[in-house]
Design a protein. Sequence first.
Length: 462
Amino acid sequence: MTGLSERIADFVTSTNLEDIPELARTRGARAITDTIGVMAGGAAGELVKPLRAYLETLGATGNVPVLGTEMRTDAEHAALLNAAFGHALDFDDGYPYYPVHASTIVIGALIASLGNKSISGKKFLESYVLGMEVVTCIGRGLGMGHYIKRGFHATGTLSVFGAVAAIAKLQGRDKDTLRRTLGIAASMSSGIQRNFGTMMKAMHSGMAARNGVTASLLAASGVTGHMDVMEGKDNFFQAYGDENSSAEKAGDLLGNPFAFVAHGVGMKKFPCCNACARPIDGLLELRKAHNLTPDTVASIHCVLPPGGTNPLHYVKPKNANESAFSLEYCMAVALVDGAVGLDHFSETAIERADLMAALEKVTKEEHERCIAEDPLAETRGPGPRGFVEVHVATTDGQNHDVRVDVAPGYPGRELTSPEMWAKFSDCTAYAGIAETKARGVFDRLEDLEAVTDVRPLIEDLA
Protein backbone atom coordinates (compact mmCIF):
# COMPACT_ATOMS: atom_id res chain seq x y z
CA MET A 1 0.00 0.00 0.00
CA THR A 2 1.23 3.47 -0.88
CA GLY A 3 2.44 5.34 2.21
CA LEU A 4 1.21 8.74 3.36
CA SER A 5 4.37 10.63 2.39
CA GLU A 6 4.06 9.40 -1.18
CA ARG A 7 0.32 10.06 -1.25
CA ILE A 8 0.85 13.64 -0.09
CA ALA A 9 3.56 14.20 -2.69
CA ASP A 10 1.38 12.72 -5.46
CA PHE A 11 -1.62 14.80 -4.38
CA VAL A 12 0.21 18.11 -4.14
CA THR A 13 2.20 17.82 -7.34
CA SER A 14 -0.68 16.52 -9.47
CA THR A 15 -3.53 18.75 -8.21
CA ASN A 16 -4.00 22.14 -9.86
CA LEU A 17 -6.31 25.07 -9.24
CA GLU A 18 -8.91 23.82 -11.73
CA ASP A 19 -9.09 20.56 -9.74
CA ILE A 20 -10.00 22.43 -6.55
CA PRO A 21 -13.77 22.90 -6.07
CA GLU A 22 -15.06 26.45 -6.39
CA LEU A 23 -16.29 26.49 -2.78
CA ALA A 24 -12.83 25.56 -1.51
CA ARG A 25 -11.31 28.30 -3.66
CA THR A 26 -13.80 30.89 -2.40
CA ARG A 27 -13.27 29.95 1.24
CA GLY A 28 -9.53 29.80 0.72
CA ALA A 29 -9.41 33.30 -0.78
CA ARG A 30 -11.45 34.68 2.12
CA ALA A 31 -9.10 33.01 4.60
CA ILE A 32 -6.07 34.54 2.87
CA THR A 33 -7.63 38.01 3.11
CA ASP A 34 -8.48 37.54 6.78
CA THR A 35 -5.05 36.15 7.68
CA ILE A 36 -3.06 38.88 5.94
CA GLY A 37 -5.01 41.54 7.83
CA VAL A 38 -4.48 39.81 11.16
CA MET A 39 -0.80 39.31 10.36
CA ALA A 40 -0.33 43.06 9.86
CA GLY A 41 -2.22 43.83 13.06
CA GLY A 42 -0.14 41.41 15.10
CA ALA A 43 2.97 43.40 14.24
CA ALA A 44 1.65 46.15 16.53
CA GLY A 45 1.39 43.84 19.53
CA GLU A 46 3.77 43.09 22.36
CA LEU A 47 5.70 40.49 20.39
CA VAL A 48 7.22 43.02 18.01
CA LYS A 49 9.66 44.49 20.56
CA PRO A 50 11.48 41.25 21.48
CA LEU A 51 11.45 39.98 17.89
CA ARG A 52 12.86 43.25 16.61
CA ALA A 53 15.64 42.94 19.21
CA TYR A 54 16.16 39.32 18.15
CA LEU A 55 16.65 40.32 14.52
CA GLU A 56 19.03 43.09 15.49
CA THR A 57 21.06 40.67 17.60
CA LEU A 58 21.36 38.30 14.66
CA GLY A 59 22.08 41.04 12.17
CA ALA A 60 19.75 39.21 9.80
CA THR A 61 19.21 41.05 6.52
CA GLY A 62 17.22 40.48 3.36
CA ASN A 63 14.44 41.81 1.14
CA VAL A 64 11.39 39.93 2.41
CA PRO A 65 8.95 42.33 4.10
CA VAL A 66 7.46 41.85 7.55
CA LEU A 67 3.84 42.98 7.34
CA GLY A 68 2.79 45.94 9.48
CA THR A 69 6.40 47.07 9.96
CA GLU A 70 9.27 48.62 8.04
CA MET A 71 11.43 45.56 8.75
CA ARG A 72 12.90 43.42 5.99
CA THR A 73 14.92 40.29 6.46
CA ASP A 74 15.79 36.94 4.93
CA ALA A 75 13.17 34.34 4.00
CA GLU A 76 13.48 32.17 7.10
CA HIS A 77 13.23 35.04 9.57
CA ALA A 78 10.47 36.76 7.61
CA ALA A 79 8.46 33.54 7.81
CA LEU A 80 9.15 33.40 11.55
CA LEU A 81 7.99 36.96 12.20
CA ASN A 82 5.03 37.12 9.82
CA ALA A 83 3.55 33.84 11.04
CA ALA A 84 4.19 34.67 14.70
CA PHE A 85 2.52 38.05 14.31
CA GLY A 86 -0.38 36.30 12.57
CA HIS A 87 -1.07 34.28 15.71
CA ALA A 88 0.04 36.86 18.28
CA LEU A 89 -3.40 38.47 18.69
CA ASP A 90 -5.21 35.11 18.72
CA PHE A 91 -7.35 36.60 15.97
CA ASP A 92 -6.41 34.20 13.15
CA ASP A 93 -8.76 31.60 11.72
CA GLY A 94 -9.09 27.96 12.74
CA TYR A 95 -10.18 24.69 11.22
CA PRO A 96 -13.62 23.70 12.61
CA TYR A 97 -12.90 19.96 12.88
CA TYR A 98 -9.42 19.88 14.36
CA PRO A 99 -7.70 22.35 16.73
CA VAL A 100 -5.19 23.75 14.28
CA HIS A 101 -4.70 27.36 13.14
CA ALA A 102 -2.56 26.69 10.09
CA SER A 103 -3.37 29.64 7.81
CA THR A 104 -0.82 32.01 9.29
CA ILE A 105 1.92 29.37 8.99
CA VAL A 106 1.13 28.42 5.40
CA ILE A 107 0.73 32.05 4.31
CA GLY A 108 3.79 33.18 6.25
CA ALA A 109 5.86 30.50 4.53
CA LEU A 110 4.44 31.40 1.11
CA ILE A 111 5.16 35.12 1.53
CA ALA A 112 8.75 34.26 2.43
CA SER A 113 9.04 32.08 -0.68
CA LEU A 114 7.62 34.42 -3.34
CA GLY A 115 11.03 35.24 -4.76
CA ASN A 116 11.69 37.79 -7.49
CA LYS A 117 9.22 36.63 -10.13
CA SER A 118 5.54 37.49 -10.48
CA ILE A 119 3.25 35.12 -8.58
CA SER A 120 -0.39 35.27 -9.60
CA GLY A 121 -3.25 35.26 -7.16
CA LYS A 122 -4.33 31.94 -8.67
CA LYS A 123 -0.95 30.34 -7.96
CA PHE A 124 -0.87 31.72 -4.42
CA LEU A 125 -4.40 30.45 -3.77
CA GLU A 126 -3.65 27.04 -5.28
CA SER A 127 -0.56 26.62 -3.10
CA TYR A 128 -2.37 27.78 0.03
CA VAL A 129 -5.39 25.49 -0.37
CA LEU A 130 -3.21 22.45 -1.03
CA GLY A 131 -1.02 23.23 1.97
CA MET A 132 -4.11 23.55 4.17
CA GLU A 133 -5.50 20.28 2.83
CA VAL A 134 -2.32 18.48 3.83
CA VAL A 135 -2.20 19.77 7.40
CA THR A 136 -5.92 19.26 8.10
CA CYS A 137 -5.84 15.69 6.79
CA ILE A 138 -2.75 14.84 8.85
CA GLY A 139 -4.51 16.26 11.91
CA ARG A 140 -7.67 14.22 11.41
CA GLY A 141 -5.64 11.09 10.79
CA LEU A 142 -3.50 11.71 13.86
CA GLY A 143 -6.60 12.25 16.03
CA MET A 144 -7.52 14.33 19.04
CA GLY A 145 -5.26 12.39 21.39
CA HIS A 146 -2.35 14.42 20.04
CA TYR A 147 -3.93 17.62 21.34
CA ILE A 148 -6.12 16.62 24.29
CA LYS A 149 -4.26 13.65 25.79
CA ARG A 150 -0.66 14.50 25.01
CA GLY A 151 -0.76 18.29 25.21
CA PHE A 152 0.83 19.12 21.87
CA HIS A 153 -0.06 22.46 20.27
CA ALA A 154 -1.20 21.07 16.93
CA THR A 155 -0.79 24.45 15.24
CA GLY A 156 2.94 24.25 15.90
CA THR A 157 3.47 20.54 15.42
CA LEU A 158 1.44 19.90 12.25
CA SER A 159 1.40 23.12 10.25
CA VAL A 160 5.00 22.70 9.14
CA PHE A 161 3.78 19.97 6.79
CA GLY A 162 1.26 22.36 5.26
CA ALA A 163 4.01 24.92 4.84
CA VAL A 164 6.37 22.61 2.95
CA ALA A 165 3.53 21.32 0.76
CA ALA A 166 2.49 24.87 -0.14
CA ILE A 167 6.07 25.92 -0.92
CA ALA A 168 6.57 22.83 -3.06
CA LYS A 169 3.52 23.72 -5.12
CA LEU A 170 4.47 27.38 -5.39
CA GLN A 171 7.97 26.56 -6.57
CA GLY A 172 7.16 23.54 -8.72
CA ARG A 173 9.11 20.93 -6.73
CA ASP A 174 8.95 17.31 -7.88
CA LYS A 175 7.46 14.43 -5.87
CA ASP A 176 10.71 12.99 -4.58
CA THR A 177 11.90 16.38 -3.36
CA LEU A 178 8.63 16.94 -1.50
CA ARG A 179 8.84 13.50 0.10
CA ARG A 180 12.36 14.29 1.32
CA THR A 181 11.16 17.67 2.56
CA LEU A 182 8.39 16.01 4.57
CA GLY A 183 11.02 13.80 6.16
CA ILE A 184 13.11 16.82 7.12
CA ALA A 185 10.07 18.73 8.41
CA ALA A 186 9.03 15.84 10.66
CA SER A 187 12.15 16.40 12.75
CA MET A 188 11.18 20.06 13.19
CA SER A 189 7.67 19.47 14.57
CA SER A 190 7.28 21.20 17.94
CA GLY A 191 4.96 23.05 20.31
CA ILE A 192 3.31 22.26 23.67
CA GLN A 193 0.17 23.72 25.21
CA ARG A 194 1.90 24.52 28.48
CA ASN A 195 3.15 27.68 26.78
CA PHE A 196 -0.37 29.00 26.14
CA GLY A 197 -0.71 32.49 27.57
CA THR A 198 2.91 33.36 26.80
CA MET A 199 4.59 34.73 23.70
CA MET A 200 5.73 31.23 22.86
CA LYS A 201 2.24 30.23 21.73
CA ALA A 202 2.52 32.68 18.84
CA MET A 203 6.14 31.67 18.35
CA HIS A 204 5.00 28.09 17.69
CA SER A 205 3.37 29.45 14.54
CA GLY A 206 6.46 31.44 13.64
CA MET A 207 8.72 28.45 14.18
CA ALA A 208 6.49 26.19 12.05
CA ALA A 209 6.57 28.66 9.15
CA ARG A 210 10.30 29.21 9.47
CA ASN A 211 10.90 25.46 9.69
CA GLY A 212 8.81 24.95 6.57
CA VAL A 213 11.03 27.39 4.69
CA THR A 214 14.19 25.88 6.19
CA ALA A 215 13.15 22.30 5.39
CA SER A 216 12.37 23.31 1.81
CA LEU A 217 15.74 25.03 1.41
CA LEU A 218 17.59 22.08 2.95
CA ALA A 219 15.87 19.61 0.64
CA ALA A 220 16.60 21.76 -2.41
CA SER A 221 20.24 21.87 -1.30
CA GLY A 222 20.50 18.08 -1.18
CA VAL A 223 19.95 17.30 2.51
CA THR A 224 18.23 13.94 2.92
CA GLY A 225 15.29 12.99 5.10
CA HIS A 226 13.34 9.76 5.25
CA MET A 227 11.22 9.37 2.13
CA ASP A 228 8.46 7.67 4.12
CA VAL A 229 8.60 9.45 7.45
CA MET A 230 4.92 8.77 8.16
CA GLU A 231 5.32 4.98 7.95
CA GLY A 232 7.44 2.20 9.44
CA LYS A 233 9.19 1.88 12.77
CA ASP A 234 9.45 5.09 14.83
CA ASN A 235 7.41 7.09 12.28
CA PHE A 236 5.78 10.45 12.91
CA PHE A 237 2.35 9.05 13.74
CA GLN A 238 3.85 6.63 16.25
CA ALA A 239 5.88 9.35 17.93
CA TYR A 240 3.19 12.04 18.05
CA GLY A 241 -0.08 10.09 18.04
CA ASP A 242 -1.80 7.37 20.04
CA GLU A 243 -3.48 4.04 19.48
CA ASN A 244 -6.21 5.69 17.39
CA SER A 245 -3.87 7.46 14.97
CA SER A 246 -3.92 6.35 11.34
CA ALA A 247 -1.68 7.55 8.53
CA GLU A 248 -3.85 5.56 6.12
CA LYS A 249 -6.92 7.55 7.21
CA ALA A 250 -5.05 10.80 6.63
CA GLY A 251 -4.16 9.73 3.11
CA ASP A 252 -7.72 8.65 2.34
CA LEU A 253 -8.98 12.10 3.32
CA LEU A 254 -6.79 14.07 0.91
CA GLY A 255 -9.19 15.94 -1.38
CA ASN A 256 -11.96 13.50 -0.54
CA PRO A 257 -13.65 15.92 -0.22
CA PHE A 258 -11.50 19.01 0.33
CA ALA A 259 -11.54 20.13 3.95
CA PHE A 260 -12.61 23.63 2.91
CA VAL A 261 -15.66 22.07 1.21
CA ALA A 262 -16.60 19.59 3.94
CA HIS A 263 -15.93 21.78 6.94
CA GLY A 264 -15.04 25.28 5.80
CA VAL A 265 -12.94 27.63 7.86
CA GLY A 266 -13.67 29.41 11.12
CA MET A 267 -12.81 33.09 11.19
CA LYS A 268 -12.70 34.83 14.53
CA LYS A 269 -14.85 37.81 15.45
CA PHE A 270 -13.05 38.30 18.77
CA PRO A 271 -9.26 38.51 19.27
CA CYS A 272 -8.89 35.86 21.96
CA CYS A 273 -8.81 32.12 22.54
CA ASN A 274 -11.31 30.28 20.36
CA ALA A 275 -12.87 28.62 23.41
CA CYS A 276 -14.08 32.07 24.51
CA ALA A 277 -15.91 32.96 21.28
CA ARG A 278 -19.28 31.34 21.89
CA PRO A 279 -19.55 32.40 25.55
CA ILE A 280 -18.76 36.00 24.55
CA ASP A 281 -21.32 35.86 21.75
CA GLY A 282 -23.96 34.48 24.11
CA LEU A 283 -23.36 37.12 26.75
CA LEU A 284 -23.47 39.93 24.20
CA GLU A 285 -26.82 38.58 22.99
CA LEU A 286 -28.23 38.50 26.54
CA ARG A 287 -26.78 41.92 27.33
CA LYS A 288 -28.57 43.46 24.36
CA ALA A 289 -31.85 41.61 24.87
CA HIS A 290 -32.17 42.40 28.58
CA ASN A 291 -30.23 45.68 28.91
CA LEU A 292 -27.74 44.06 31.25
CA THR A 293 -25.13 46.18 33.01
CA PRO A 294 -22.42 45.39 35.56
CA ASP A 295 -24.69 46.83 38.24
CA THR A 296 -27.69 44.64 37.34
CA VAL A 297 -25.77 41.36 36.88
CA ALA A 298 -25.15 39.25 39.97
CA SER A 299 -23.44 36.29 38.31
CA ILE A 300 -22.48 34.77 34.96
CA HIS A 301 -22.03 31.03 34.64
CA CYS A 302 -20.65 29.38 31.51
CA VAL A 303 -21.16 25.71 30.73
CA LEU A 304 -18.66 24.34 28.21
CA PRO A 305 -18.25 20.97 26.51
CA PRO A 306 -15.71 18.52 27.92
CA GLY A 307 -12.25 19.81 27.14
CA GLY A 308 -13.58 23.33 26.72
CA THR A 309 -11.54 24.69 29.61
CA ASN A 310 -8.27 23.04 28.49
CA PRO A 311 -6.80 26.15 26.82
CA LEU A 312 -8.27 28.56 29.39
CA HIS A 313 -5.31 28.58 31.73
CA TYR A 314 -5.96 31.85 33.56
CA VAL A 315 -8.68 33.46 35.67
CA LYS A 316 -7.12 36.77 36.65
CA PRO A 317 -4.63 37.65 33.90
CA LYS A 318 -1.36 39.20 34.99
CA ASN A 319 -0.37 40.34 31.51
CA ALA A 320 -1.83 40.90 28.07
CA ASN A 321 -0.89 37.44 26.81
CA GLU A 322 -2.74 35.75 29.64
CA SER A 323 -5.87 37.87 29.12
CA ALA A 324 -6.67 36.15 25.80
CA PHE A 325 -6.81 32.81 27.65
CA SER A 326 -9.01 33.94 30.52
CA LEU A 327 -12.70 33.27 29.92
CA GLU A 328 -13.49 35.27 33.04
CA TYR A 329 -11.69 38.33 31.70
CA CYS A 330 -13.24 38.05 28.24
CA MET A 331 -16.74 37.79 29.72
CA ALA A 332 -16.07 40.77 31.97
CA VAL A 333 -15.07 42.82 28.92
CA ALA A 334 -18.25 41.79 27.10
CA LEU A 335 -20.41 42.70 30.08
CA VAL A 336 -18.81 46.04 30.86
CA ASP A 337 -18.06 47.39 27.38
CA GLY A 338 -20.53 45.48 25.22
CA ALA A 339 -17.76 44.67 22.72
CA VAL A 340 -14.51 42.73 22.68
CA GLY A 341 -11.75 44.26 20.57
CA LEU A 342 -8.02 44.48 20.13
CA ASP A 343 -7.55 47.24 22.68
CA HIS A 344 -8.96 45.04 25.43
CA PHE A 345 -5.94 42.75 25.31
CA SER A 346 -3.32 45.19 26.49
CA GLU A 347 -1.43 45.92 29.68
CA THR A 348 -3.57 49.03 30.17
CA ALA A 349 -6.87 47.23 29.81
CA ILE A 350 -6.12 44.49 32.32
CA GLU A 351 -5.46 47.16 34.96
CA ARG A 352 -9.01 48.51 34.73
CA ALA A 353 -10.78 48.18 38.08
CA ASP A 354 -14.22 47.81 36.48
CA LEU A 355 -13.12 44.79 34.46
CA MET A 356 -11.45 43.15 37.44
CA ALA A 357 -14.61 43.65 39.51
CA ALA A 358 -16.83 42.16 36.81
CA LEU A 359 -14.44 39.25 36.40
CA GLU A 360 -15.32 38.07 39.92
CA LYS A 361 -18.89 37.39 38.81
CA VAL A 362 -17.91 34.80 36.20
CA THR A 363 -17.66 31.05 36.77
CA LYS A 364 -17.26 28.13 34.38
CA GLU A 365 -17.68 24.36 34.24
CA GLU A 366 -17.61 21.53 31.75
CA HIS A 367 -20.60 19.22 31.23
CA GLU A 368 -21.23 16.15 29.12
CA ARG A 369 -24.63 17.43 28.02
CA CYS A 370 -22.89 19.97 25.82
CA ILE A 371 -21.70 17.22 23.45
CA ALA A 372 -24.68 14.84 23.72
CA GLU A 373 -26.04 16.02 20.36
CA ASP A 374 -22.71 16.25 18.56
CA PRO A 375 -21.77 13.00 16.79
CA LEU A 376 -18.46 14.52 15.74
CA ALA A 377 -17.47 15.81 19.18
CA GLU A 378 -14.44 13.55 19.41
CA THR A 379 -13.03 14.99 16.18
CA ARG A 380 -13.37 18.64 17.14
CA GLY A 381 -11.27 20.95 19.26
CA PRO A 382 -12.56 22.73 22.37
CA GLY A 383 -13.66 25.80 20.41
CA PRO A 384 -16.35 24.40 18.06
CA ARG A 385 -17.21 21.15 19.91
CA GLY A 386 -20.87 20.68 20.90
CA PHE A 387 -22.47 23.83 22.29
CA VAL A 388 -22.06 26.23 25.20
CA GLU A 389 -24.54 27.74 27.63
CA VAL A 390 -24.43 31.13 29.28
CA HIS A 391 -26.52 31.64 32.41
CA VAL A 392 -26.93 35.12 33.87
CA ALA A 393 -28.54 35.87 37.21
CA THR A 394 -29.53 39.49 37.85
CA THR A 395 -29.60 41.40 41.11
CA ASP A 396 -33.42 41.52 41.05
CA GLY A 397 -33.73 37.73 40.96
CA GLN A 398 -34.22 37.12 37.25
CA ASN A 399 -32.40 34.44 35.26
CA HIS A 400 -31.49 34.68 31.59
CA ASP A 401 -30.05 31.80 29.59
CA VAL A 402 -28.76 31.26 26.06
CA ARG A 403 -27.29 28.35 24.16
CA VAL A 404 -24.75 28.99 21.40
CA ASP A 405 -23.97 26.23 18.91
CA VAL A 406 -21.87 28.05 16.33
CA ALA A 407 -19.45 30.89 16.91
CA PRO A 408 -19.73 33.97 14.69
CA GLY A 409 -17.40 33.58 11.73
CA TYR A 410 -17.76 29.81 11.54
CA PRO A 411 -19.66 27.89 8.82
CA GLY A 412 -23.32 28.75 9.10
CA ARG A 413 -22.47 32.15 10.58
CA GLU A 414 -19.77 33.31 8.17
CA LEU A 415 -18.53 36.88 8.35
CA THR A 416 -20.04 39.08 5.66
CA SER A 417 -17.82 41.14 3.38
CA PRO A 418 -18.51 44.32 5.43
CA GLU A 419 -17.68 42.42 8.62
CA MET A 420 -14.47 41.15 7.08
CA TRP A 421 -13.52 44.67 6.07
CA ALA A 422 -14.29 45.94 9.57
CA LYS A 423 -11.94 43.33 11.01
CA PHE A 424 -9.28 43.89 8.34
CA SER A 425 -9.36 47.67 8.81
CA ASP A 426 -9.22 47.33 12.61
CA CYS A 427 -6.12 45.18 12.31
CA THR A 428 -4.36 47.38 9.77
CA ALA A 429 -5.25 50.55 11.69
CA TYR A 430 -3.83 48.88 14.81
CA ALA A 431 -0.57 48.60 12.86
CA GLY A 432 -0.73 52.23 11.75
CA ILE A 433 -1.49 51.50 8.09
CA ALA A 434 -3.52 54.19 6.33
CA GLU A 435 -7.13 53.22 5.65
CA THR A 436 -6.92 54.09 1.95
CA LYS A 437 -3.96 51.78 1.46
CA ALA A 438 -5.59 49.02 3.52
CA ARG A 439 -8.81 49.34 1.55
CA GLY A 440 -6.95 49.01 -1.73
CA VAL A 441 -5.28 45.80 -0.59
CA PHE A 442 -8.55 44.40 0.78
CA ASP A 443 -10.44 45.06 -2.45
CA ARG A 444 -7.78 43.34 -4.54
CA LEU A 445 -7.62 40.38 -2.17
CA GLU A 446 -11.38 39.97 -2.45
CA ASP A 447 -10.82 39.29 -6.15
CA LEU A 448 -7.66 37.28 -5.60
CA GLU A 449 -7.90 35.11 -8.71
CA ALA A 450 -7.78 38.22 -10.88
CA VAL A 451 -4.51 39.44 -9.29
CA THR A 452 -1.59 39.06 -11.68
CA ASP A 453 1.09 39.46 -9.01
CA VAL A 454 0.52 39.21 -5.25
CA ARG A 455 3.87 40.72 -4.32
CA PRO A 456 2.74 44.38 -4.57
CA LEU A 457 -0.16 43.58 -2.21
CA ILE A 458 2.29 42.32 0.37
CA GLU A 459 4.51 45.35 -0.13
CA ASP A 460 1.55 47.70 0.43
CA LEU A 461 1.11 46.35 3.97
CA ALA A 462 4.79 46.58 4.83
